[in-house]
Design a protein around this ligand. Structure first.
Ligand SMILES: Nc1ncnc2c1ncn2[C@@H]1O[C@H](COP(=O)(O)OP(=O)(O)OP(=O)(O)O)[C@@H](O)[C@H]1O
Ligand SMILES: [Mg+2]
Length: 354
């Protein structure tokens, strides 16, 4: 998979920028605040129709403009596609694939897959469960776009249920209907999550073992908030939680409370891991994503290393570069880094790229 070229109009600090990318390593060099991440953020938009650093699309519109455009030609094994994304201040985001408007984001997902490594990643290992759920959700959506639609349905129904729980006279029949719908969606989501964690844990275990110089066994387990993945059982758990839901005026049970357990041997690294162990576990997880996508799609995703490459020690750098052979890679960095590879350099300065 690769992004052949990109044209950014009124996107972040770029008024009109066109770039042709290398299918190998693209190194984007520039001082802080020049617009390096802005470029890779646009690449990320092509796979998820959103940024990896904000949920607010409109933030990417140039301060002086009203509408941003990202236009691009991408290729995967099967095809070459033209992807055009338009983000406006006062209308909905519009996405065209080969000049045809798409109605669901899930129709865009999977044309190209992108894996981003950023300094924020360590939060997956050391911060609150929401970061682990987001990691899971993003990765499963990439390989199974229908999962993304399930999540949208779940969140919509959960919001409806929560609104109902906050009302004065709760309509119990409606509450039953929502629980029934939620149980139905949860059965599917839990199955996807369970399969995903089983697969990724095997790959990550192997990677972690190698990066830790054969010293550590990484164990990853899915910790569902529900005891069962069968709809009728889920429904009875929801019924049991009803009194709590009403008391707290919010849904207390569900996959929105799931977590992932990360252990080295018997030790919970989310709580007790050293900085080094957390860093290694994070890289193992991200590298596993690349392998997982390759296993599922028989093609490697595009990889973005935003601000992390220069932070790595030489062993991890070499290890990473080894893994990224034949994968289109974007590296942002403040200093030019010499690697023994074919690299296309881009220098970002004063809203221009040279
Ligand atoms: N919507 C916007 N319109 C215009 N400029 C913007 C917009 N959003 C961000 N910027 C500008 O983009 C610049 C930041 O770009 P970016 O985050 O890509 O920097 P960077 O080169 O990655 O820096 P660092 O090395 O610190 O990570 C800032 O100067 C910021 O003011
Ligand atoms: Mg940056």
């Amino acid at each position: 998979m690769q992004v052949n070229n990109i044209n950014l109009i009124n996107f972040r600090n770029y008024e009109n920028l066109s770039l042709d990318f290398s299918p190998n390593i693209n190194m984007i060099i520039g001082q802080n605040g020049q617009g390096k991440t802005n470029i890779v953020e646009a690449v990320h938009f092509l796979s998820f129709a959103k940024s990896f650093r904000t949920n607010k699309d409109k933030e990417v519109i140039n301060f002086e403009g009203n509408t941003s455009y990202i236009k691009s030609i991408v290729t995967n094994e099967a095809d070459e596609n033209k992807i055009d994304i338009k983000i406006s201040k006062d209308s909905k985001k519009a996405i065209n694939v080969d000049n045809i408007p798409i109605s669901k984001i899930s129709d865009l997902m999977g044309i190209i897959n992108v894996v981003v490594f950023s300094p924020e990643d360590t939060k997956i290992v050391s911060d609150s469960p929401i970061y682990r759920r987001n990691f899971m959700d993003k990765e499963i959506s990439q390989i199974r776009p229908v999962y993304y639609n399930l999540l949208l349905d779940y969140n919509k129904t959960l919001n409806n249920k929560n609104t109902l729980l906050k009302s004065q006279n709760i309509d119990m029949i409606m509450l039953d209907i929502y629980d029934e719908q939620l149980a139905d969606i949860m059965e599917k989501i839990i199955t996807y999550r369970d399969t995903f964690i089983k697969t990724i844990s095997e790959i990550a275990k192997e990677t972690h073992y190698i990066i830790s110089s054969k010293k550590e066994n990484l164990i990853i387990e899915y910790k569902s908030n529900l005891k069962s993945s069968i709809k009728s059982d889920i429904l009875s758990e929801l019924k049991d939680a009803r009194a709590d839901d009403i008391r707290h005026t919010v849904s207390t049970k569900g996959i929105h409370k799931d977590d992932i357990m990360l252990k080295i041997g018997d030790i919970d690294i989310r709580k007790y891991g050293s900085q080094g162990q957390k860093k290694t576990a994070t890289i193992s997880l991200k590298l596993s994503e690349i392998e997982l996508i390759h296993n599922m799609k028989k093609e490697y995703p595009i990889v973005i290393l935003d601000d992390i490459f220069s932070e790595l020690d030489i062993t991890r750098r070499m290890m990473l570069i080894e893994k990224l052979y034949n994968i289109q890679t974007f590296i942002t960095t403040t200093e030019k880094i010499d690697i023994n590879r074919d690299i296309k350099y881009f220098e970002v300065k004063d809203r221009n790229v040279y």
